[in-house]
Design a protein around this ligand. Structure first.
Ligand code: KIV
Length: 258
């Protein structure tokens, strides 16, 4: 990923998620990397975790996002159960996602335990972005989302994961929800770009879930900054529409065909 290296000489990487064409079209002007993240299971489908996301869901959303991207690097998440148990299964599913979505790279959650899958993808010229630290696919209950790195054993695990995925050939790594201290250590050790989410600004780039940034939900994790309050804006617009329909103001003369 030469493009990433060139950008990093000048500034941090700007990354966001997209799951539909319209968001992708807008974000393409401002992002280096657009991720079709399996967080769509939560932010689009209303599930409590990402556990029920399927390969077909990722492919469907990936195809839509592809239509909206002209210049950004498009990465698609491999959902839970599609790559961890066997490297051959990982390769088969990765090839399918890549062929149908024409994405530039795939993201796989996990460290030491999935290096065979990362290696086989790399060998088959499929660029891999890793995801270490908090790994949402391993969480079966929303309440278990937490910060890692306060305990030595957690710190050691995340560092080992980084070293493993780097050696296996990942071109970059997402580091999620870890302490400032651990983020600094990871960034010191890492030879590949580290993209943080809930991991401070001591990273090579940042990523957020776009719906969080837009303020679509009542609650978001502490690491999210809401740049808009779309939940409120949608409410106001829908309220006004309701009122105008009831009062006979809408459709007005500009909204009809003579
Ligand atoms: O699924 C997702 O949106 C992600 C980001 C949180 C990095 O993995």
């Amino acid at each position: 990923m030469k493009r990433i290296k060139l950008i990093l000489k000048k500034r941090p990487l700007v990354c966001l998620t997209a799951n539909n064409i319209y968001t992708a079209e807008i974000l393409d002007n401002f992002c280096d990397i657009i991720l079709v993240g399996d967080s769509l299971g939560m932010v689009v489908y209303g599930e409590n975790t990402t556990n029920k996301v399927t390969l077909d869901m990722m492919i469907g959303h990936g195809k839509a996002v592809r239509k909206g991207i002209k210049k950004s690097i498009m990465v698609v998440d491999m959902p839970k159960g599609t790559y961890e148990k066997s490297s051959l299964l990982a390769l088969k599913n990765a090839k399918k996602i890549r062929k149908l979505t024409r994405c530039d790279a795939l993201k796989l959650e996990g460290g030491t335990e999935i290096i065979k899958s990362i290696k086989i993808l790399k060998k088959n010229n499929i660029p891999v972005m890793s995801h270490i630290g908090l790994q949402p696919q391993k969480i079966s209950n929303k309440k278990k989302f937490r910060v890692l790195g306060k305990k030595k054993v957690e710190e050691k695990k995340v560092i080992n994961d980084l070293i493993s995925v780097e050696k296996a050939g990942s071109f970059a790594v997402v580091l999620e929800s870890v302490t400032l201290n651990l983020t600094k250590k990871i960034n010191k050790i890492s030879k590949i770009p580290v993209i943080g989410i809930g991991a401070s600004k001591n990273c090579d780039g940042q990523i957020l879930v776009t719906e969080d940034l837009l303020g679509l939900f009542e609650k978001s994790p502490k690491f999210v900054k809401r740049y808009e309050n779309l939940r409120y804006k949608i409410k106001i617009a829908a309220k006004k529409y309701r009122s105008e329909v009831i009062k006979g103001i809408f459709p007005g003369k500009n909204n009809i065909y003579n």
